[in-house]
Write a protein that binds this ligand. Structure first.
Ligand SMILES: [Mg+2]
Length: 269
């Protein structure tokens, strides 16, 4: 992973947008700092499209999409994208490839599986954001609980035996029956909403994240960044981010935004 100083002006100027993770990338242990929030406005002021991309629930995404300077919010690790209604109102609509009844049916089975897992692994508990979810179920492994890595791996194995996919972020173990990940869900959004070419988009949008559920976009996009706390999880990523910030979480995000906009906004020499 390269220091931010190695990013070139040509790379920075070739971008149309930035896709960013929330937990422990923009947010510090769930909290939004003034520096990180200001960085969003700085990026937008530099002419970049902004897309939040998180494992957090659709219900949380609807709130930030309504309030923050965002062009879209991809939630539940790529399963659903939220955008403002094209009619120009502030109404938020979901781009969801599946019927809501199918969603509810699939999720019921995942809730049964999650109940079994937290019974067998009492060090874990059901996460407190499940009521706002539509497609997946989350188990708290690092937000209010500290679950040992062996127990997480054992839960993943059991979930796989039951036919569920799992994704691990810094805070949650996700159980899902969706085929999507953060990369496929975001690229579908870029094509459907912004008319991008699915292949060219990989070089036109930067991605910044910090953990295991960012593995797919770290591999899919050309310009990828990790905040400093990606160092631990990076050992388990097949493709680590190309660049890494010196600072962790929100401070790292602010440093990334400062470097990117400085290169974009400097007069070409
Ligand atoms: Mg994260």
């Amino acid at each position: 992973m390269l220091p931010l100083g190695r990013l070139s002006a040509a790379e920075a100027r070739g971008l149309r947008g930035v896709i960013f993770d929330l937990d422990d990338t923009l947010l510090d242990h769930g909290a939004l700092s003034a520096a990180a929030y200001a960085a969003l406005f700085r990026l937008r002021g530099s002419g970049l499209r902004l897309i939040a991309c998180t494992g957090r629930p659709a219900g949380w995404g609807e709130v930030i999409q309504r309030q923050w300077p965002l062009d879209a919010t991809v939630v539940e690790n790529g399963a659903i994208a939220l955008v403002a209604d094209e009619g120009g109102s502030r109404r938020i609509v979901a781009l969801d490839p599946l019927d809501p009844a199918v969603r509810r049916e699939r999720r019921r089975a995942l809730l049964d599986l999650a109940a079994e897992l937290v019974t067998r692994f009492p060090e874990a508990e059901l996460a407190d954001d499940n009521d706002a979810r539509r497609t997946d179920v989350t188990i708290d492994i690092g937000e209010h609980r500290r679950v040992p890595r062996e127990a997480i791996v054992a839960m993943q194995r059991l979930a796989a035996e039951r036919g569920a996919r799992t994704l691990v972020s810094s805070v949650h173990l996700h159980l899902t029956s969706e085929p999507d990940d953060k990369a496929s869900g975001t690229i579908r959004l870029l094509v459907r909403r912004f008319g991008e070419d699915a292949t060219a988009a990989r070089a036109r949008y930067a991605y910044i994240g910090d953990s295991g559920n960012d593995a797919a976009p770290f591999a899919a996009f050309t310009l990828t960044f990790g905040v400093a706390n990606v160092r631990g999880p990076a050992r388990r990523l097949s493709v680590p981010p190309r660049f890494i910030t010196d600072e962790p979480m929100g401070q790292g995000f602010a440093a990334f935004a400062a470097r990117l906009t400085e290169l974009r906004d400097a007069k070409a020499t």
